[in-house]
Design a protein around this ligand. Structure first.
Ligand SMILES: [Zn+2]
Ligand SMILES: [Zn+2]
Length: 246
């Protein structure tokens, strides 16, 4: 009986690693030590374009450059293969399972990129998700990530960007690179006319794929009078030798 109760207790209360889904006590940062090691290995992966490791590469996807982005950093490149499956799971855990420990971990990691060297008067914001996704999962993980980042860095957080209602666009993941850029064209606007005016802005996102969404948001912020827009994301999805994204 005691065994059954303790198994039940474990099933309900012992947290699951966001990467490999193993349940264990004393799970730090939402992941187990072997998934954490995998994450650290991914940070050391080299960028095919500049040859630097992901954590110091400053390459900017073309779609973001078109939007006017001049400062983009990411923690890892995300290359989908069986070896990196736990990384893939972590993103889903952040997106769909309300894994606050993982969101906090990635927000801390993003903050460490600049170690507080960005101007203190920066405003942190995010690219809002499709309304139907927010409704389905009950939260906007980009917002949570940006809020946590702002808290760690002692920056002000503001929702500066909104999705225009008249556009019921598709999910970006269902589209190819060219379609992605067209899909987000004119989808975003600033929350009010003065929202971005004269501000240094840090734009946070979880995963950049084609860069179309962030590129569009950057362009909207600059058009609304932003002084600078700095982009940070957990990952840049990137298929080795298959994608000429720079
Ligand atoms: Zn794990
Ligand atoms: Zn690079």
């Amino acid at each position: 009986m005691r065994n059954i109760l303790s198994t039940l207790h474990d099933l309900i209360f012992v947290p699951k690693c966001g990467g490999c889904h193993t349940r264990m006590r004393n799970l730090e940062d939402g992941m187990c030590t072997s998934c954490h090691r995998l994450y650290l290995d991914e940070k050391d992966e080299f960028c095919d374009f500049c040859g630097l490791s992901a954590s110091i590469c400053t390459c900017i996807p073309q779609n973001m450059m078109i939007g006017g982005c001049i400062d983009y950093r990411k923690l890892i490149f995300y290359r989908k293969n069986p070896h990196t499956a736990p990384i893939h799971n972590m993103f889903y855990s952040v997106k769909r399972s309300y894994n606050l420990a993982l969101i906090d971990f990635f927000a801390d990691e993003l903050y460490k990129i600049d170690k507080g060297m960005l101007p203190k008067d920066c405003v942190v914001t995010y690219a809002p998700r499709l309304k139907k996704s927010v409704k389905k999962y009950g939260y906007d993980h980009g917002k949570l990530l940006a809020e946590k980042y702002a808290k760690v860095g002692e920056y002000r957080f503001e929702t500066l960007i909104k999705r225009k209602n008249k556009y019921g666009r598709s999910e970006q993941k269902l589209l190819n690179f060219r379609q992605r850029a067209a899909n987000v064209k004119d989808v975003f606007s600033v929350t009010d006319e003065k929202a971005a005016q004269g501000k240094h802005i840090i734009l946070i996102d979880d995963v950049v794929t084609s860069g179309a969404t962030l590129g569009e948001c950057v362009s909207v912020l600059y058009a609304a009078g932003a002084r600078s827009v700095t982009c940070r994301s957990i990952a840049h999805t990137y298929r080795k030798n298959k994608q000429k994204n720079y």
